[in-house]
Write a protein that binds this ligand. Structure first.
Ligand code: ZN
Length: 435
């Protein structure tokens, strides 16, 4: 891993992904993954409709050709071409004249935010409908309208993409981001762009210790499908992070894994706290994004979640107000840094054993004392004493950084010196394996 890899601007990717009509299946997801695949190598998996995945079934595939509501003169008063949010996501085919009264049962709006088009889905209850601003709805005063919805909902596939960065170990760190929302920027294009950039940096940096698997899949049914198909792989997943909502103005929010006591919880908590910025740590709840599936009792993986605002936590959430204007390049870059710092800390966090544990080893004869003083040297010598005292195999470098108040980076650097001097060995390899 290499913090020096230069970050690319992410807004161009967001701009190219924004117009695409995505859903939990269909060509919008494929096109999204194709564009992500221009940034990083992606392996695409297609899972057939009807495939059982735990208690669920992969649904039929949904695609849209056109959809509008026209008045008697043929004027389109609501048009999918103006915003893909106008069509209820997973709306079935419909063609015909309907009374204004009947149409009303198929319209969705937000009276409390009358300018915005809501984002609504009906994946599992077959229905047709349109999402409109309250102002649009109020202006529809004719007795009847013509409804045209040209969609297909038939057996096809659910699609997800994976980028794997091979590490020195087969143990994996999993990143998951959802790719199923249509023209909404913060939720979910920021997660896609940040995940792609983090993957690119991992690929361009020095080989990491862990193997990193970055999965771009639909929300809920996508992670359920991925988990169902990867059950034999789950034992290799040491840590995980669901990411999304990383472009709005809120500080970062880390949601703990189900246990709240996983290493990812300590690492993410440490990184966010050290950075300050008003960052928040919240406990697990079975509500939100795909952390719900990773944290279900039969899966129970140590997977946390990093966002800025929480789901539902900003006024434009799940509406046409969640457009490119509410995200910024600078905030995306900071989120890339935060995710990268969490992964780098995880990657470097190890458990060591002191090989001279009976009284303090003599540092001077090993050339480990430096003659000149200064704060950095004090940290270094203090760090050696802390590391030698606490490295009994039960305390990680992060535990020691927190107990000593010495920054993690300095503790990790001093630990490398002590390994070099033959005073520390990795807990898991002290019996002869090479590091
Ligand atoms: Zn969402």
């Amino acid at each position: 891993m290499n913090a020096d890899v230069v970050t690319r601007p992410l807004m161009p990717l967001l701009e190219s992904l924004y117009p695409i009509c995505r859903s939990i299946t269909g060509d919008g997801v494929r096109e999204t993954l194709r564009l992500v695949g221009e940034q990083i190598p992606l392996e695409i998996t297609e899972v057939a409709s009807g495939t059982p995945v735990f208690d669920w079934t992969v649904p039929d595939e949904w695609n849209v050709k056109d959809a509008y509501i026209a008045d008697r003169s043929g004027r389109r008063v609501v048009d999918f071409k103006n915003s893909n949010l106008h069509l209820l996501n997973y709306s079935v085919l419909f063609e015909g004249e309907v009374s204004r009264e009947e149409l009303d049962e198929h319209l969705f709006s937000m009276p409390e935010q009358p300018d915005l088009i809501p984002y609504r889905t009906s994946y599992y209850a077959r229905n047709w409908g349109f999402c409109v601003s309250q102002h649009q709805r109020d202006k529809m005063t004719d007795d009847a309208y013509h409804v045209h919805i040209d969609t297909t909902l038939r057996p096809g596939h659910l699609t997800f993409g994976e980028c794997v960065v091979a590490g020195r170990e087969k143990n994996e760190v999993l990143l998951y981001t959802h790719v199923c929302h249509p023209s909404l920027a913060n939720d979910n294009l920021t997660g896609i762009a940040v995940a792609a950039e983090v993957a690119r940096r991992l690929l361009e940096g020095a080989q990491p210790r862990y193997t990193y698997r970055i999965v771009f899949g639909p929300g809920t049914i996508g992670s359920i499908t991925w988990l169902s198909r990867n059950q034999r792989r789950l034992a290799d997943i040491s840590h995980g992070l669901v990411i999304g909502l990383l472009g709005d103005a809120a500080p970062h929010t880390y949601k703990q894994s189900r246990s709240g006591a996983a290493e990812i919880d300590s690492v993410a908590g440490y990184v966010l706290t050290q950075r300050g910025d008003g960052n928040r740590i919240i406990g697990f709840s079975p509500y939100g994004y795909d952390e719900r599936q990773f944290g279900s009792p039969g899966i129970n993986l140590p997977v946390g979640r990093l966002t800025r605002s929480e789901n539902g936590g900003y006024p434009e959430y799940h509406s046409s107000g969640d457009d490119l204007s509410i995200v910024s390049e600078n905030r995306l870059q900071v989120s890339v840094e935060v995710v990268t710092e969490i992964l780098q800390t995880l990657d470097r966090n190890r458990y060591f054993v002191n090989l001279e544990p009976c009284c303090e080893p003599q540092l001077g004869k090993r050339g480990l004392y430096r003659s000149t003083g200064g704060e950095h040297i004090r940290d270094r010598e203090n760090g050696m004493l802390w590391l030698l005292n606490q490295s009994d195999g039960s305390n990680s470098l992060l535990d020691i950084a927190q107990a000593s108040g010495i920054p993690f980076d300095n503790i990790a650097a001093v630990a490398a010196e002590l390994v070099e001097a033959g005073l520390l060995a990795d807990r898991d390899t002290k019996d002869g394996d090479s590091l």
